[in-house]
Design a protein around this ligand. Structure first.
Ligand code: ZN
Length: 274
């Protein structure tokens, strides 16, 4: 019996080591991701939660239904997803029709970019920088971590299994506000910027797209403050982010012909609702 237990422990250790290996080899080199993560809900449970929340998003938000625009943002997301640190899940990228500078990611890989932000963007590399930042929140499991911390595992799993549909709806409603659960910590935001810049570069995009976009938004915060209310309350100051991103991007490997795709993006931008 004892021998059996030892064997089981050995098998368990082997599985754990294999799982760790898979995780480590699963994307580009990963260091420091998911630090302090409680790791108490499974990836499948997280995806199920995201799926249910995406149904709520479709009810409560105006998701922009335009085939060309959706295919374009999804294409950019797929390109980032192929180089990210969490490839076992599917990423879904959609557009929210609202004249605000914002973007968010649900647990499990559901990413939304607001039309108000897309209109301030100049090329595909800049759009990719937003999507890469949001995908990074998912790869680092920030939303799952935050929800579990706020509500506890049991309660969280209750939500996943439909025990409290009202609360799920309320969580989704709050996403678009500064008090929402997606108001991540500063450390989470910086981690998403760091990982996002790395994904951007690994996907062949010009990582300066992230620098340029933050620089542009920094200027617009002053001229159009109304569009930035939630953004400014849920993110560290754009100046601080810009300084960090600039330093990070300077240290990233340079691709021979980094992608900007300004012309392709202009065509998509022209199809956004007024
Ligand atoms: Zn963020």
């Amino acid at each position: 019996m004892e021998q059996f237990d030892h064997a089981r422990v050995a098998v368990f250790r082997g599985t754990l080591a294999a799982a760790l290996m898979t995780f480590m080899l699963g994307g580009c080199a990963t260091t420091g991701i998911n630090k302090g993560q409680m790791n108490i809900i499974s990836s499948d449970e997280e995806v199920k939660m995201g799926q249910e929340m995406s149904v709520e998003v479709a009810k409560q938000y105006k998701v922009y239904d335009n085939t060309a625009v959706t295919a374009y943002v999804q294409g950019v997301g797929d390109r980032i997803a192929r180089v990210c640190d969490r490839q076992e899940i599917t990423y879904h990228i959609a557009v929210v029709d609202k004249n605000e500078v914002n973007a968010f990611a649900l647990p499990g890989g559901y990413v939304y970019v607001y039309t108000g932000l897309m209109k301030d963007i100049d090329d595909e590399a800049q759009l990719a920088s937003v999507i890469a930042h949001e995908i990074a929140h998912v790869t680092a499991r920030h939303a799952a971590e935050r929800l579990t911390k706020m509500y506890g595992t049991e309660f969280f799993l209750g939500l996943v299994f439909g025990k409290n549909p009202g609360l799920l709806g309320k969580i989704v409603k709050d996403i678009g506000t500064p008090i929402g659960f997606l108001a991540f910590s500063r450390a989470d935001e910086y981690e998403a910027d760091d990982l996002g810049a790395r994904y951007l570069s690994a996907a062949g995009y010009d990582p300066n797209g992230m620098v340029d976009l933050l620089g542009k938004l920094k200027g617009l915060e002053k001229s159009e403050p109304g569009k930035f209310e939630t953004w400014l309350m849920t993110h560290p100051s754009t100046s601080e982010r810009l300084a960090r991103v600039e330093a990070n991007v300077a240290a990233l490997p340079k691709s021979a012909s980094p992608v900007r795709n300004a012309a392709a993006y202009a065509k998509i931008k022209a199809q956004l609702p007024k």
